[in-house]
Design a protein around this ligand. Structure first.
Ligand SMILES: C[S@@+](CC[C@H](N)C(=O)[O-])C[C@H]1O[C@@H](n2cnc3c(N)ncnc32)[C@H](O)[C@@H]1O
Length: 203
């Protein structure tokens, strides 16, 4: 289930942003894929398992005004929130995505390195049901996970690794793969982690 909430709280309480392996100064791959969706500034975007990611900062800079940022860790969200103006148009949600009941429909669902913590098939199914309920018809899902030749653990937790074929199969026939790419993420200490990103369009 992506680990207990306290585990992630511990991570974010004990480490600075740039001490986490997944830190990115600028989440360029995510931004590029969001651009491919054609989303305009009135699109509703949710970043699931966002942690303290700077994606929200960049989306605000790009003019998006309907942004939801969700994570298990309150501390992670507080770190992101502290960087932004108090009146930034962001809904902050401390929740397990598996239990989340979105309060509005979304045009874009973004997840970098949260879905891959779901190693139980049943949890993956629950996640995908939540995602499907959240997304409008014709909406887009961007899911970044470790690739088959990427690490098999992150933050001490096992992960499920995907490539385009595995992820497409997992999302099922209601989602069409629009773009797939492999990305070498360089951790703050210089090691390389191979990610796969899939961009899907919902029927
Ligand atoms: C490896 S970090 C990636 C953070 C962020 N997406 C980024 O790219 O910087 C994984 C994040 O997923 C969150 N997470 C893991 N399982 C989750 C779940 N079931 N529901 C919500 N968030 C979850 C963790 O709290 C953590 O912040």
């Amino acid at each position: 289930m992506g680990g207990e909430p306290n585990r992630w709280e511990d991570v974010y309480q004990s480490k600075a942003e740039a001490e986490t392996s997944w830190f990115e100064d600028r989440p360029q791959v995510s931004l590029d894929l969001i651009a491919v969706t054609g989303a305009t500034s009135d699109a509703a975007i949710v970043d699931v398992g966002a942690g303290a990611s700077r994606l929200v900062d960049c989306l605000l800079e790009e003019g998006f005004r309907t942004i939801t940022v969700l994570d298990l860790s309150e501390t992670a969200l507080a770190k992101a929130r502290a960087r932004l103006p108090k009146d930034a148009p962001v809904e902050w949600v401390v929740a397990n995505v598996l239990d989340w009941q979105p309060s509005m429909p979304f045009d874009v669902w973004h997840d970098r390195a949260a879905f891959h913590f779901l190693t139980d098939f049943a949890d993956q199914e629950t996640y995908l049901r939540v995602m499907d309920r959240a997304l409008v018809p014709g909406g887009h899902a961007i899911i970044g996970t470790f690739a088959p030749d990427g690490p098999d653990k992150c933050s001490g937790l096992p992960v499920t690794r995907f490539d385009a074929t595995l992820l497409t199969e997992r999302l099922g026939p209601d989602y069409r793969l629009i773009r797939s790419l492999m990305h070498d993420h360089h951790t703050p200490w210089g090691s390389v982690q191979r990610f796969h990103f899939g961009l899907f369009k919902k029927n």
